[in-house]
Design a protein. Structure first.
Length: 206
């Protein structure tokens, strides 16, 4: 068993946040992509990283004319500006994949998000569509909402950031800027990974 444990590759957790102009990729577009290295987990446990040290951010050219005004408003991004100034998706996603491989060197990169489902849907679709592969594989994602629900012993659908203990949350504002939010969520992940849960015994004073 000890030999098997030594052979397990560590996971390099990368917090990702995307802003998009609709509910699904293809008909709608991912407009920005932010990522920050959150930490590494190996057989000895989790070690958090400074989430501002290794980051990635791009704004992308829209891939269709369709958009949902309410979704676009959340991001605060200007689609017309991005038509001329946004990066080509094939270029931006190739750069992102290269960055993930670089910061994930010596480990298996894992995308993490809160919740991961929406961001992963766009990210994975874009990676496959524009680069042909995903540096995370087809299932290398971790949902922080599920992680909290499991540790807290709560039904998943009852969980929201507002229900979490405040000491788990980042002190940073959630701005809907993809890089800001990726950094904020990296801090949340580190707090969750190191949290023993609400029912853990309190440490005995010396």
């Amino acid at each position: 068993m000890a030999e098997r444990t030594r052979r397990i590759r560590p996971s390099r957790y990368i917090s990702v946040d995307i802003e998009a102009d609709g509910p699904i990729p293809g008909p709608y577009s991912m407009l920005s992509l932010g990522a920050a290295v959150a930490g590494t987990q190996d057989a000895d446990g989790f070690t958090g990283a400074d989430p501002e040290r290794q980051t990635f951010y791009r704004e992308l050219r829209p891939i269709s004319d369709e958009f949902v005004p309410e979704a676009l408003a959340v991001s605060g991004l200007d689609r017309e500006r991005l038509r001329t100034e946004g990066a080509e998706p094939a270029v931006a996603l190739a750069e992102f994949a290269d960055w993930v491989r670089e910061v994930g060197s010596g480990a298996q990169p894992v995308m993490c998000g809160y919740p991961a489902s929406y961001d992963w849907t766009f990210l994975y679709w874009y990676l496959i569509r524009f680069t042909g592969a995903s540096p995370f594989g087809h299932s290398g994602c971790l949902d922080m909402k599920t992680l909290y629900a499991t540790k807290a012993g709560l039904p998943l659908r009852s969980v929201a950031k507002g229900t979490m203990p405040r000491h788990l949350l980042s002190s940073r504002r959630h701005t809907h800027h993809a890089l800001d939010d990726a950094i904020e969520q990296a801090e949340l992940l580190a707090n969750l990974m190191n949290w023993p849960g609400p029912h853990a015994s309190a440490p005995v004073p010396d």
